[in-house]
Design a protein around this ligand. Sequence first.
Ligand code: K7E
Ligand code: CUA
Length: 659
Amino acid sequence: MSKNETPRDPNEVLEEYEETLDSVLAEVESPDETTEDDDLSLGLPGLSLGRRDFMKAGVAAGAMGSVAGCSALTGGGGSAGSQSTPSGSGASHTVEPGEHDEYYGFWSGGHSGELRVVGIPSMRELTRIPVFNTDCASGYGYTDGTQEMLEEGGGYSWGDNHHPNLSETDGDYDGEYLYVNDKANGRIARVNLTYFETDAITDVPNMQAIHGCTVLSPDTKYVLGNGEFRVPLPNDGTDVKNPDNYTSLFVAVDPESMETQWQVKVDGNLDIVDTGKEGRWAISSAYNSEEATDIQGMTKDDRDNVKAFDIPAIEQAVENGNYEEVNGIPVVDGTQDSPLNKGDRPIVKYIPTPKSPHCVEVGPNGDYAFIAGKLSPTVTMLDLDALADSSDPEEVVAGRPRVGLGPLHTTFDGNGHAYTSLFIDSQAVKWDIEAAVEAEEGSEDPIIEKQDVHYNPGHIQALEAMTTDPDGEWLVSLNKLSKDRFLPVGPIMPDNDQLIHIGQGEEEMELVADHPAYPEPHDCVFAHKDKIDAKKVYDKDDYEETYITEEDSGVERTGESSVHVKMTTKRSEYGLPDFTVQEGDEVTLTTTNIEGVQDIIHGVAIPEHDINYAVAPQDTREVTFTADDPGVYWIYCTFFCSALHLEMRSRMIVEPAEG
Ligand code: K7E
Ligand code: CUA
C-alpha cells in the first residue's frame, strides 16, 4: 500500500474475502459437473459418499480460520444430548489434598514453546518444562548450558510444539525421554524425564516446518518428523519463484545422538504421522497434492494421498547409496515418479483418500491406521497388514465410518472403541472399530454415542492410548475455544481442555471438568506414574559443570579482563558474602547448591545484569556476563527457602576501571 492510500474499511475487506471463499466452495462442490462426480467415486473405491457429503474446503477454511464474525464456529455444540454439567455415574476426578494423581499428562504448549505437566485425573498443572522458549523462573535460556543449547539448536527465541511423544520399549513407555516437534522452525527437541528438562534440540537441515512427529514403535528406533511446508531443496535462493520445484521431506532422527539420519522427498504437503507397532510402517496424512501455494489451489482436487513410508525399504535405499546428499543429509527420492517407487518394494506408497485428511493414529493392536477426514465427515481405516502387498484403496481401506463434521483426531480405550474429535460439530464421537469394518463405507451404524464438548476440539487423547495396551479410564478433549466457559479475561481467552470419563469404554462418556489452558496446546500424552522415575536431587555425574564445595568458593582471575567466581548456596547463605571484580570483566559465575534435601531450591538473581536462575539440590549452574558498570549489586535468592531467605544475599562489587 502506498503511503497516501487510505486504509480500507475492514468490513469491506471481509466481505470480499467471503466472496472468494464462496467461489472456492462452488468450485470444489461443482454440483452440476456430474461426469467428474462419477470420476470421484471411481477414484475412491468403496467410498459411497456423494460430493454433497463432503465438508467443502471453502466452508472448512472459513470455519477453521477463525475469521472475525465467523458464524460457523458459533454453531458448534450440536443439539443432541448437550451436557454441560456432570451427570450420570458421577465419576470423580477429585484428588484429595495430599494425595497424588495416578497419571502424568504431558501437554504440548504450542507457540508458547513450552511443555506442561498435568496430573490426571485432577487436571492440576504440576510443572512447566521450557523447550523452545526461555523461562526466567528456572533460568532456562539464561544459564550458559541452556543458552548454548538454544543457540546451537537454531538460535530462535520461540517455537511451536504440537506433538509430544514418549520413548518406548516393547511398545510401552519406558519413562526415559519425551520428544517434541517445533512446527515453526523445523526442529525436534528431547526432554530428559529423569530431571524433566530439555537436554537436546536438533535443527533439522532442509526442513522449514516439522509438524507431525512420532517415535518409531515399538522400540524408538527413530524420532520421525513430517515437513509440512514445501520449500526449495536446498532453500538457498534457487527456485524461489518456482513452486513446482519446492518439496516436502520426511525425516528420521536418531533418538540417542539426536542427529538427522536420512530424509525422504515426497509429493504434496505432509501433515501428521504415526507408526505401526512392528517398526515397518509410518503413515502420514497429507494435503495439497496440487502443490499449490494458495488456498484456492490447495483445495482444487477431490482427493489427497496418504503416504505409507516403508522404513526398512528406505534404510535399504540409503544403504545402497540411492540418495542425493543435501547439506550433509542423505535425501532419498520418494516422489511418485521415483524409480525407488517402481519396483515390488516401493519405499513410499501413495494411497488416495478424501481431500485434506488431518490426523493419523494407529490403533493399539497395530491393525489399522485411522485417518480423520477433516473436510470429509469420515474416518478412513487403513489395514496395515494389507499394505505390504498393495496400496490400492480397494484393498487397504478396511472401513470408513461416517462420524460427523470436521473429524480431526482419534484415540482409543483398548477395548475395541475409537473416539474421534469433531471440530465443526464440537463433539467427541465414540464408535465401534470392528463394527466399522463390517459396516458399509459411509455408514453411521458403528457410532455408539456422541458427547458435546466446548468448543471445537483438536486432539483427543485417552490414557496411554498410543501404547499397545491403553488404560481407557479417562479421555481429554483439547478444545481450541472456550468462549463462554470461563470468566472473561480480555479478548484472548484460554483454550478449554475437558476431562471426560469413559470407564473402560463400557460406560457412557461423561463430561467431568473444564480446564483452562494458556495458548495453545495441541496434543498430550499420558503415562502411568509408575513408568516415570523422576529424581528428587541431582546426581553430579549427570552434568558437565564442576561441582563447587564451600572450600572452592572464591574468585580466580583467569585473564586480564576475565574472572571465574565460584560460590556455593545453602540455607540461608551464599558461599561468598561478597566478591569484587573490575569494570569490564567477563565474569563466569559457577554456583552449586550443596544441599541434599528435596525441594530446597536456591535462586541467583543479579540485578541489572538480566540474570536469574534456579539451583536445585546438588545441581551446579554457570552463567557468564560482563560487569559493564561499576557499582554495588545485591545478588539475592529468588526461591523462598527458609525463614532467613530474605537475608540470603551476596554483594557483587564492580570496581571502576583505573584511569
Ligand atoms: Cu491437529 Cu498440529 Cu496435531 Cu493441532 S495438529 S489440533
Ligand atoms: Cu535460598 Cu531463598
